[in-house]
Design a protein around this ligand. Structure first.
Ligand SMILES: Nc1ncnc2c1ncn2[C@@H]1O[C@H](COP(=O)(O)OP(=O)(O)OP(=O)(O)O)[C@@H](O)[C@H]1O
Ligand SMILES: [Mg+2]
Length: 475
């Protein structure tokens, strides 16, 4: 590739595309269409042929995009997609199918497909998708060229993750690390907010200065102000001497204020002042101190709602809501589970000196099916416990906590860990279909017309599926 620069014009982006279909006519027409747009196209008539082409192309930098048929006589497109995802994770994938059912779309998307197209393929749609994929790939390549290694990064400092959601978090964190921009983080407990805050600090020019974390929710409201800004002797009962606050302790470094939604109105005023003017007064004095501190905040309540309810200052909210980093719950980034499990396994193997070779497939599958209300923290505890309790070489399903085993034996769908567990596709797709329907209905306030449009199915189909899954609006 010549002229790789950060200036990526979407019109000019060209992609290396592999098209896989058992129908020669489809291969010919798609190939011609894409070549006319300037893309480099290789075609393969089957999944095995596609795998050979993928391996052959490795040396030359691989493909940007794989477009594959869903059903082919020798080897199915979903399996190809799964393998592609595992081995060539940077490549984007588009699934083609003869019948536009939500089931196959769901499955394809679950396996990380970039897009989904129904046959007969509309030329304009295909061209637009390939264009978008090409632009995305050349942008990613340009960013990667600036990094030392050319692969998907699986960690950012000590934070591990390989899903596209985490790549986005890493990219954002890296992009803002250098500046002193205030950052607001959202995420359930245990999703890694504290870790990301620390990682940002470590990547910043302030890395040799203090990083101070304050769990605002854990400190009584009356003490929080003095905890943050310090106080002078006699400022309140019990203030027997002058005391520096956390802002002082974090001078020239970074302060991470967790659970900021609990701050009292008076404290909010003070926070706004320190963010805007970089000054504050310790409790009980008019003496003003300057603060050179980078502020990162996290909230476990929806601050926008707090603003609407009059409990959180609007001006403060606008001041802190400049860059937001959303840490997705673990259940919505399944691809990170095996990576994190291995990471924690290595950690506790080192700590305990215990001989552990790895996880059984059963164990990983059970972990993939579980909902992880405590997110990564819970996963880490689960692996630590398993390492302590296990006998034998591998951590098996029986070494996992009972709630995880129970979830795994329920009616949840089988997830692919490098292959299928034995059950029919229809059965496997029931639960994700139900979840998607419910989410779409909720998103549209149970309006069937809007939901049907969003899911691109007709209203009758939606209604039938709602009945089949017992989905009715809550009263
Ligand atoms: N991506 C990750 N890679 C490695 N370890 C992680 C990751 N995310 C979380 N952890 C582990 O999980 C624990 C919890 O993470 P962290 O404290 O950052 O979560 P949090 O979002 O701040 O949670 P809380 O809201 O409860 O404070 C960490 O101590 C760390 O061991
Ligand atoms: Mg935390």
């Amino acid at each position: 590739m010549t002229g790789e620069s950060m200036q990526v014009s979407p019109e000019a982006a060209r992609a290396r595309v592999l098209v896989v279909d058992d129908d020669p006519a489809v291969l010919r027409s798609l190939g011609e269409l894409l070549r006319l747009d300037g893309h480099e196209v290789v075609t393969a008539p089957s999944a095995p042929a596609a795998l050979r082409a993928l391996v052959d192309a490795q040396e030359r930098g691989g493909f940007d995009l794989l477009i594959t048929d869903l059903t082919m006589p020798d080897g199915d497109g979903l399996d190809l997609l799964g393998v592609a995802r595992e081995r060539w994770g940077d490549m984007l994938t588009v699934m083609l199918t003869g019948f536009g059912t939500i089931e196959s779309a769901v499955e394809a998307m679950k396996r990380g497909a970039f897009e989904f197209l129904t046959k007969p393929v509309e030329d304009e749609r295909l061209r637009a998708i390939v264009q978008r994929a090409a632009a995305q790939q050349s942008a990613t390549r340009a960013t990667r060229a600036l990094r030392s290694d050319a692969s998907v990064r699986t960690r950012f400092e000590n934070v591990f993750g390989r899903t596209y959601q985490m790549q986005r978090v890493f990219d954002l964190a890296e992009a803002v690390a250098d500046s002193r921009t205030t950052i607001l983080m959202h995420g359930e407990t245990g999703t890694g907010k504290s870790m990301i805050a620390r990682a940002i600090h470590q990547r910043s020019p302030r890395r040799d200065k203090p990083f101070i974390e304050v769990a605002c929710g854990a400190i009584p409201e009356t003490l929080l102000e003095s905890e943050l800004f310090g106080h002078v002797k006699g400022a309140f009962t019990g203030a027997v001497s002058d005391k520096d606050g956390k802002f002082r302790a974090a001078e020239a470094g970074t302060i991470f204020l967790d659970e900021i939604g609990t701050a009292s109105p008076a404290l909010q005023v003070k926070l706004l002042r320190v963010l805007q003017e970089k000054r504050f007064e310790p409790v009980g004095t008019n003496r003003t101190l300057a603060a050179d501190v980078r502020v990162i905040l996290a909230a476990n309540v929806d601050l926008e709602k707090e603003v609407a309810a009059g409990r959180f200052r609007k001006d403060l909210y606008y001041r802190i809501n400049i860059v937001t980093i959303e840490l997705p719950p673990l259940r919505s980034r399944l691809g990170d589970i095996p990576l994190l499990a291995e990471h924690f396994l290595a950690k506790y193997r080192r700590e305990t000196g215990k001989h552990v070779l790895g996880f059984t497939r059963d164990a990983i599958e059970a972990m993939l099916r579980y909902a992880w209300p405590g997110n990564v923290r819970e996963l880490e505890n689960c692996v630590e416990r398993a390492v302590v309790l296990m006998r034998g070489d591998f951590i098996g399903r029986q070494d996992l906590p009972p709630q995880i085993v129970a979830a795994a034996s329920g009616e949840l769908p089988a997830l692919s860990v490098g292959g299928f567990s034995r059950q029919s596709l229809r059965k496997a797709l029931e639960e994700p279909e139900k979840q998607i329907l419910r989410a779409a209905l909720e998103a549209n306030n149970w309006n069937r017309q809007l939901t049907a449009e969003m899911l691109e199915i007709n209203r009758t189909t939606l209604y039938k599926k709602m009945r089949q899954h017992g989905l009715m609006p809550r009263r």
